[in-house]
Design a protein around this ligand. Structure first.
Ligand code: CO
Length: 140
C-alpha cells in the first residue's frame, strides 16, 4: 500500500450487503470476477468476501445474524449497495479535518477492520447520503 502515499486517496472497495455470499458470488463469477479473501469479523457481526475488480474491490457483506448492523440494513432496505471505502494515508488527520468541518464519524475512534486495517465510518447524514468508510492500511 506504499503507492497510496504517492497517489493519495484511492477507492479501496465498494461494499454490498447480501443475505448469502455463496449465492451472490456465483453472479459475479459470471461477470468474470473471482473472489479473493474471505473473513469473519465477529465484532461487526459480518462475514465478508473480497472480489478484486481492476485496481479496486467489491466487498460482499453477509450478516452473522439478523441483530447486526448489516442484518438490520437488509431487513430495512433489502440487499444492495451499502458503503464505499476510501483508503487514506493518515486516518487520524483526515478525521480531525472532517470534524472541524462538521463531517461526523459514527464511532469515536478507528477500529480494526478487514485485513487488519484501521477503519472508521462517516455519518451519511453529514456526507451527502453516502456511508463512507475510511481505511488506513496497516504497514507490512
Ligand atoms: Co468496507
Amino acid at each position: 500500500m506504499g503507492l497510496s502515499f504517492i497517489m493519495g486517496t484511492r477507492l479501496d472497495h465498494v461494499a454490498i450487503a447480501v443475505r448469502n455470499i455463496d449465492a451472490i458470488v456465483r453472479i459475479y463469477r459470471l461477470l468474470g470476477v473471482e473472489p479473493s479473501e474471505r473473513e469473519t469479523i465477529a465484532e461487526q457481526g459480518v462475514e465478508l468476501l473480497m472480489l478484486p475488480v481492476g485496481n479496486t474491490r467489491l466487498e460482499l457483506l453477509q450478516p452473522l445474524d439478523d441483530d447486526t448492523p448489516i442484518g438490520r440494513f437488509i431487513a430495512k432496505r433489502g440487499e444492495g449497495l451499502h458503503h464505499i471505502a476510501l483508503e487514506v494515508n493518515d486516518i487520524e488527520s483526515v478525521l480531525d479535518r472532517c470534524r472541524t468541518e462538521g463531517v461526523k464519524s459514527l464511532m469515536d475512534k478507528p477500529r480494526i477492520g478487514a485485513g487488519g486495517s484501521l477503519i472508521i465510518f462517516l455519518d451519511p447524514r453529514t456526507t451527502g447520503g453516502v456511508l463512507i468508510e475510511l481505511v488506513q492500511a496497516i504497514d507490512t
